[in-house]
Structures are given as structure tokens and as C-alpha cells.
Write a protein that binds this ligand. Structure first.
Ligand code: FNR
Length: 189
């Protein structure tokens, strides 16, 4: 089964985006293996730190590189994606020539209590994901207005139409990963 590195743009303990990411992971469990990647321990990007690279940075880069695909789940802050996520993405692009995002099949989504479902925040992120060389799935878009009653206490999606909609998205993402994955380089005998 293909693995998906999941980066959540919120650092908040009770983050609805973290919960939403967990809900998606549970829905996808028969098709994709989601692995949440911690980004809250990354220092603010500073090129000088490469002289003695922080363990958190090396860990994040190797976890992303080990995954078959990446999923970004971000809140919208003032119509933008979050600085925590920008910081993590920037770390992933360095050192020069060692871009952890290169050629990774990718998708993005986000949740808000608000009616616009993080549409502006997600659209601000799309350009960056192209720049850092992910292979980004354009459709279907999931602009998610988070309502607690759609989920149970364990973050399972209980609302049938929401479940169907999100299951359709998981199917498309799983197919996208199959279609756009570069063949793994075989070790030479
Ligand atoms: C927000 N929020 C918000 N919501 C939205 O739909 N559009 C927006 O532009 C903003 N802007 C914004 C800025 C800042 C600085 C904060 C802290 C919040 C509200 C936001 O959607 C809400 O707090 C979510 O609960 C944040 O996601 P997590 O942390 O719960 O995952």
C-alpha cells in the first residue's frame, strides 16, 4: 500500500485540521497509509543552521522522502495558508539539490469553521507546491467547512454524504498516486 506523508498547517492541540487529517486517514486506511509528520518542532528557517542541521529538520526530510506521496491539510490564516507550513516546505527544499518534495505526488485540503472552506488559503498554497516540484492533483477540490456533528468522538466521519464525498476524493488521490509515481530506482546487484 502506498504511504502518504501528511503535513498539518496548524500547531494547535485541538486543531480541527489535525482532526480532519485523522478522519481522512481513517477513511483511506484500506487504500492508503497516512503518516502524520510533525512540523511544530522545526526552527524558523535560517540558512546558517545547516552548519549543524537540527534533528527535527533531518527527521522531517527523511520522513517525507520515504513516503510515496504528500498531503497538505491547512487552516486558512487571513486568506493564506499558515506560516508553520511555509516554514516546513522551505526546510524541505534545502540543501540545494536535495529537495524532499521533488516529483512527489501531492494533494491539498483544509478545514475551517467558516463558510468558504479554506478556498483562498488552499489557492495560495497551490503555486508554492508547483514551485517546489510536487506533482499536484488539481481535482477534486475539498474546501471543507468543519462541523463537529459530521464526526464521532474518534474522528470517524459519520455523516453519510460527507463520507461518500470524502471517499470519492480518497479514490481519486489513490489513483493519482499510482498514475504519477516515478518508478523506484532499483539497487544495483
Ligand atoms: C483564522 N481563521 C480564519 N478562518 C477562515 O476561514 N479564513 C481566514 O482567513 C481565517 N483567518 C484566521 C487568521 C488567524 C491568525 C487565525 C488564528 C484564525 C479561523 C480559523 O479557520 C480557525 O481558527 C481554525 O480553527 C484554525 O484551524 P485549526 O487550528 O483548528 O486547525
Amino acid at each position: 500500500m502506498k504511504t502518504v506523508a501528511v503535513l498539518v498547517g496548524s500547531l494547535r492541540r485541538e486543531s480541527i485540521n489535525r482532526k480532519f487529517a485523522e478522519s481522512l486517514g481513517k477513511l483511506a486506511a484500506d487504500r492508503l497509509d497516512f503518516k502524520l509528520i510533525e512540523i511544530g518542532d522545526l526552527p524558523l528557517y535560517n540558512d546558517d543552521l545547516w552548519a549543524n542541521p537540527p534533528q527535527s529538520v533531518l527527521r522531517m526530510k527523511s520522513e517525507v522522502e520515504a513516503a510515496d506521496a504528500v498531503l497538505f491539510v491547512t487552516p486558512e490564516y487571513n486568506r493564506y495558508f499558515t506560516p508553520a507550513l511555509k516554514n516546513a516546505i522551505d526546510w524541505g527544499t534545502r540543501p540545494w539539490g536535495k529537495n524532499s518534495w521533488a516529483a512527489k505526488p501531492a494533494a491539498l485540503t483544509g478545514a475551517t469553521p467558516g463558510a468558504t472552506g479554506t478556498a483562498a488559503g488552499q489557492n495560495s498554497l497551490k503555486g508554492l507546491l508547483n514551485v517546489v516540484d510536487t506533482v499536484l492533483m488539481g481535482q477534486p477540490e475539498v474546501y471543507f467547512t468543519y462541523k463537529p456533528e459530521l464526526f464521532d468522538a474518534d474522528n470517524n466521519v459519520v455523516d453519510p454524504s460527507t463520507r461518500d464525498f470524502l471517499n470519492g476524493w480518497v479514490d481519486r488521490f489513490a489513483k493519482w498516486i499510482e498514475r504519477t509515481s516515478e518508478p523506484k530506482v532499483q539497487a544495483q546487484a
